[in-house]
Each structure stands twice: as structure tokens, then as C-alpha cells.
Design a protein around this ligand. Structure first.
Ligand code: PLP
Length: 437
């Protein structure tokens, strides 16, 4: 398997290099040179495959021998170890629950798969790999859980003291083993600056093999395509054409859906749903892509003003015959909603369907509803990207009653926090790293 940089199609690397490096030097994003077209018989017989087997079939064709079959099965079995059930709301609407992993959000799929691939490619190295991650809360939890107990890998998570929720903090600080949490007396930006400085420090790099769990690593995107197939598998075979509605921020999830479609999954159309941070809907309607600072909303994991996967979206639609914008706007519809609309959507899903959706999913629900006003004969699948209890303060306020907290989250609250307090001072951080590793 070979991958190129979206900035230069001649800059080719192996899967191993793309995964371990994360980003090409030219600041583009890695993309596979070739996406396999999966056989029609595989798509027609998806129900005969488990979720993990679907992942295996996709990867064995995409990786094309880069990882031997036996190892690949192990990697996928470790990473895809929880379900993605499809719940029907009505004749037209379904919800794909992507929150059954350890951090209760879809990012668990990508983080676990990336951790498995990194530790696989790191085998045979005699020095351990130290992953540095700065987090404002959410991504850190998925990454920490994903890398937990990955062989040959140590994870150091920097988080801003007092600026993450109690449960988010517990997700970072209670795993132990190879995961160490550093509680920084500063802001998220300070945490990020410390990590950046470490990557530029040649003395550190001589002594420690440092890497990052970059959110735009291709290894995070690939497993996200599996659950589009898994969703399709759970639908009745006969019925109206299938459309997917994706609550979006950095547009990784939507990109993974386009990849699934490219590999042969019969998806008729995509709907991109955003909150007030609507630079992509704006691009689709005007042809102008204008990144701007993000604004804070209820669906805060989608508060992104310059979506990092936009370069991959453009790349997927590059075509010599027609303008990229022209093709893209015909295959993706997009809608954006305010916080008060989101609250209304969340309440409506509860009242009408007796289903508790989270604020991100609520944005998706509104977008699908809007789309289906003029596209009635479709079966729409909304990606439910997080469990509502992750946002229980807002959800309970909007619904006016308590909601159920899943067992594994409730358990977390009782575990003891273990973190090392560090001032916001680079020399102290560096010293700690050198002593530790
Ligand atoms: C990260 C995240 C999103 C946005 O996903 P992208 O792939 O960045 O578009 C949506 N919802 C939740 C809950 C998330 O954590």
C-alpha cells in the first residue's frame, strides 16, 4: 500500500511511515493511492460478516499485503471490540450508535485502531515510543483508552488543571499502566505549546522516541469507514435508497463515509450537519472556503472554524472533467443549526420517539429532517457520535429530567485520580520526561 500527500501526489510513503509520522513534511495529509472496489457479492452478503470481519475484508484489500493476515486480524479484533447498533426511529430515520466504546464517543474507533497499528509498526524497535498528547478534554480520553496497554508504547497526556469536567479528568487519570496524566497549571493552549516545544527539542529527540497521536493520522480515518458498512448491513435489504447524515466538525467522519462509498457501498447521498461553525455549508453553497475562528456552541465537539479534513474532501472530489465544487455540492447536502434549534431537535427526538439523543446527534436529526422534506423516499442514517450522558448537564436541562448514566461511566466517577502536577514551565516538563523515559 502506498499513500501520497494531498500537497504532492509524487510524495509517496508506506503505510508504516504514514502511521508513524502522522503528517507529511509538506503539511498536506496522507491519502491512499488506491481505494479497492469491494466485490458486489461482499456488499450483498454483509449480514454474513461480523463487524470485525467487515473491517478485516476492507483492510486486507486496502493494505494489500502491508500487514500479514494473521496480524491484521489481531489488530482489528483488538480495535473493533464493541458494537455499533442501528436503532430505527421511523420509516425514514435511523440512528447509528457509535458510543459503545470506552470514552463513549465515536473517536474510540479511530484511537484504538491507530494505537494498534502504531504498536504493530513499532515492534522490533528496542526503544519504546513515547506519545505526547495535549487535550482540552475529549480527544485525550479516547486516545488514553485506545493506547492503554499497547505494547512498547508510553502515553503522556497533558491537560489543563481545573478546565476539564470531572468525568473527562477521570478518563485521563485512572487508567495507569502505560498512561501518565500530567495536570498542567495552565490552559489548553499552554499544554499544546509544551508538546510543540518538546517536538522541536533536539536533546529530547536524541534520548526519547517521541510521536504524536495526531487527529489527522490516516489510521484514525480508516476504521471509521467500517461502521458505514456495519450500518448498511443492519438495514432491511429491500427499501428506499440510503443516505447518511453526519454531524461534523473536522469532517473526518464524513470523509470516512465518502471512502466507504468509493469502495462500493451503495450510499446515495451525504448530509453534512453543522452548528454555527458552518464554513463547509458555506463553501457548498457559495464555492468560497473561508476559515474563521470557531464559536462556542452546545455541540462543542463540532466547534471547528478550519476543518482539518477539508483538504481530503477536496482531494476525493478532484476530477479533470468538472470543478471540485460542482461535483461536491451535488453529492453532499449541508445544513447548519443554532443552539436554540439544537435544543428543539433534542427535545423533539425525546417527545416523538422516546429516544435520548445528544446535542451533536440532535444537529444531525434536524439536518436529516430538513433534507427529507424534499427527499421523502430515502432511508436516512444519523451518526450518533457521542452518548448523551457525556453532556448530561445540558441534556437534563433541555429535557427537564434526569437521564440514565451508563454503568461504565458511573464506575469511573468512583475511581481514584492519579496525576502529576506540573507548572506551566517547559524546563520542568522536559526534565520530567528525561528522568521518566
Ligand atoms: C469529534 C466529534 C464530532 C466531529 O467529528 P469530525 O470527524 O471532526 O467531523 C462530532 N461529534 C462528537 C461527539 C465528536 O466528539
Amino acid at each position: 500500500m502506498q499513500l501520497y500527500s494531498t500537497r504532492n501526489r509524487n510524495n509517496l510513503v508506506s503505510l508504516k511511515e504514514a502511521v508513524l509520522k502522522g503528517l507529511p513534511e509538506d503539511n498536506g495529509l496522507y491519502m491512499p493511492v488506491r481505494f479497492p472496489e469491494l466485490e458486489k457479492s461482499f456488499i450483498q452478503n454483509l449480514h454474513q460478516y461480523t463487524f470485525a470481519e467487515i473491517g478485516f475484508e476492507i483492510c486486507s484489500q486496502l493494505f494489500n499485503g502491508a500487514i500479514p493476515e494473521h496480524d491484521l486480524r489481531n489488530i482489528i479484533d483488538q480495535a473493533i471490540s464493541f458494537p455499533a447498533p442501528l436503532v430505527q426511529l421511523d420509516e425514514q430515520k435511523y440512528i447509528l450508535e457509535l458510543f459503545h466504546g470506552p470514552s463513549l464517543a465515536f473517536k474510540d474507533f479511530g484511537a484504538r485502531f491507530m494505537a494498534q497499528l502504531m504498536s504493530y509498526f513499532n515492534r522490533g524497535e528496542n526503544q519504546e515510543l513515547v506519545i505526547l498528547v495535549a487535550t482540552s478534554g475529549d480527544t485525550g480520553g479516547a486516545v488514553a483508552a485506545g493506547f492503554h496497554q499497547a505494547p512498547g508504547i508510553k502515553v503522556v497526556i497533558l491537560y489543563p488543571s481545573g478546565k476539564v469536567s470531572m468525568l473527562q479528568e477521570k478518563q485521563l487519570t485512572t487508567l495507569g499502566h502505560n498512561v501518565t496524566a500530567l495536570e498542567i497549571d495552565g490552559t489548553f493552549d499552554d499544554c499544546q505549546a509544551l508538546v510543540k516545544q518538546a517536538f522541536l527539542d533536539s536533546e529530547l529527540k536524541e534520548n526519547i522516541r517521541l510521536s504524536s497521536a495526531n487527529s489527522i493520522n490516516i489510521a484514525r480515518l480508516i476504521p471509521q469507514s467500517f461502521y458505514y458498512f456495519e450500518a448498511y448491513k443492519q438495514l432491511a435489504k429491500d427499501g428506499n435508497p440510503v443516505v447518511f447524515c453526519v454531524p461534523s466538525g473536522n469532517f473526518g467522519n464524513l470523509t470516512a463515509g465518502l471512502i466507504a462509498q468509493k469502495m462500493g457501498l451503495p450510499i446515495q447521498h451525504f448530509i453534512a450537519a453543522t452548528n454555527a461553525n458552518d464554513v463547509v455549508p458555506e463553501y457548498l453553497s457559495s464555492g468560497q472556503f473561508t476559515p474563521r475562528p470557531s464559536v462556542r456552541t452546545l455541540s462543542n465537539a463540532m466547534d471547528v472554524g478550519n476543518p482539518s479534513n477539508f483538504a481530503r474532501l477536496l482531494d476525493l472530489y478532484k476530477n479533470s472533467k468538472s470543478s471540485t465544487w460542482n461535483i461536491m455540492k451535488h453529492s453532499i447536502s449541508s445544513f447548519h443549526f443554532s443552539d436554540s434549534e439544537t435544543e428543539f431537535g433534542l427535545k423533539e427526538v425525546s417527545d416523538k420517539y422516546n429516544y435520548t439523543i445528544d446535542p451533536h446527534g440532535a444537529v444531525g436529526y434536524l439536518a436529516l429532517k430538513e433534507y427529507q422534506k424534499t427527499n421523502k423516499n430515502t432511508r436516512g442514517i444519523i451518526l450518533e457520535t457521542a452518548h448523551p450522558s457525556k453532556f448530561n448537564d445540558d441534556v437534563e436541562r433541555i429535557l427537564g429530567h434526569k437521564i440514565e448514566i451508563p454503568e461504565r461511566l458511573a464506575k469511573l466517577a468512583k475511581l481514584k485520580k492519579e496525576a502529576i502536577s506540573i507548572p506551566n514551565a517547559y524546563p520542568v516538563f522536559k526534565d520530567w520526561l528525561l528522568k521518566q523515559y
